[in-house]
Design a protein around this ligand. Structure first.
Ligand SMILES: *Cc1c(COP(=O)(O)O)cnc(C)c1O
Length: 233
C-alpha cells in the first residue's frame, strides 16, 4: 500500500482546524482511500466522473466527495445524488445543469467557481470579468438548488515561487471581494455562530507541491494527492 500515513498525520497537524484537507484519490484504489478513512479522513477528491461513481458505491456513505476536475454538463446527473462540493464550475451553462440535477434530487449542491489564474491557456476557469458577470447573475437569486460557497484555482505548473505567490494572492483578492465574510474573525468553536455564518466561504487553492504557499496566501481548503497516496503513473 502506497498511503503515507506519517505524511498524512503531519499534514493534518500542520493544517489544524482552519484549513480543510481534501485527499485527492484519483487513480488510487479504494483500499488506499479506506486506509485514510480509518484514520478519520472524510473529504476525498476525484476528477473523473465514472471513477468517482464506482468508488462511491463501494466506500462508506459518510465520505464527503469533492469533484475537483473539469465537469462536463452531460455528466452532472451521475454525481448529483451524492456529491458534497463541486470545485471546478467554469461556465454558467454548467451551473444551470447542476441546478437542474440538484432540483431533481431534491437537494442543494454546493459549488465553487473556478478562476483561471495560471499562465497556461489549457487550464480552465473564469477570468475576472466573467467572474463579475456570473456573480451578478447569482445575486439575482434564481438558482435555488445551487449554492456557490467560494472560489477555486489551479496555479501554474512551475517551481517559480514568486509566480505562484502572485497567482494565489490574485485569487485571494477576488475571494475577499466577492466572499467578504471570509474576513470575519469568527470563533468557529461557538456552535451558534457557526450556524449563523454557515456555510463558511471556501477558498480552494494549493496542491502537494504548493499547499503551504497557498495557505500563507489565504487558502482554507487544499487538495493534496501525491504527497498522501504516492505518485500517479
Ligand atoms: C490531481 C489534482 C490535485 C492534486 O494534485 P497533487 O499534485 O497530486 O497533490 C489537486 N487539484 C486538482 C484539480 C487535481 O486535478
Amino acid at each position: 500500500m502506497a498511503v503515507n500515513i506519517e505524511q498524512y498525520n503531519a499534514i493534518k497537524k500542520e493544517l489544524g482546524s482552519e484549513v480543510t484537507l481534501v485527499a485527492v484519490s484519483k487513480t488510487k484504489p479504494v483500499e488506499d482511500i479506506k486506509a485514510l478513512y480509518d484514520l478519520g479522513q472524510r473529504d476525498f477528491g476525484e476528477n473523473y466522473v465514472q471513477e468517482l461513481v464506482e468508488k462511491q458505491v463501494s466506500l462508506p456513505p459518510d465520505i464527503r466527495w469533492h469533484f475537483i476536475g473539469h465537469l462536463q454538463s452531460n455528466k452532472v446527473k451521475y454525481i448529483a445524488p451524492f456529491v458534497h462540493l463541486i470545485h471546478g464550475v467554469d461556465s454558467y451553462k454548467l451551473l444551470l445543469e447542476i441546478e437542474k440535477q440538484a432540483a431533481k434530487n431534491l437537494r442543494v449542491i454546493h459549488c465553487l467557481l473556478q478562476v483561471h489564474i495560471a499562465q497556461e491557456e489549457t487550464k480552465f476557469g473564469f477570468d475576472a470579468a466573467e467572474l463579475a458577470d456570473i456573480m451578478n447573475i447569482l445575486q439575482k437569486g434564481q438558482l435555488q438548488h445551487v449554492q456557490v460557497l467560494g472560489l477555486m484555482g489551479m496555479a501554474s505548473f512551475t517551481e517559480d515561487e514568486q509566480q505562484l505567490q502572485k497567482e494565489f494572492i490574485y485569487l485571494k483578492g477576488l475571494f475577499n471581494e466577492y466572499f467578504p465574510a471570509s474576513n470575519a474573525q469568527l470563533p468557529v468553536s461557538d456552535p451558534l455562530l457557526t450556524t449563523l455564518y454557515s456555510p463558511f466561504p471556501i477558498l480552494s487553492m494549493g496542491m502537494s507541491s504548493d499547499y503551504q504557499l497557498a495557505i500563507a496566501c489565504g487558502s482554507n481548503m487544499v487538495r493534496v494527492g501525491s504527497l498522501l497516496f504516492g505518485a500517479r503513473f
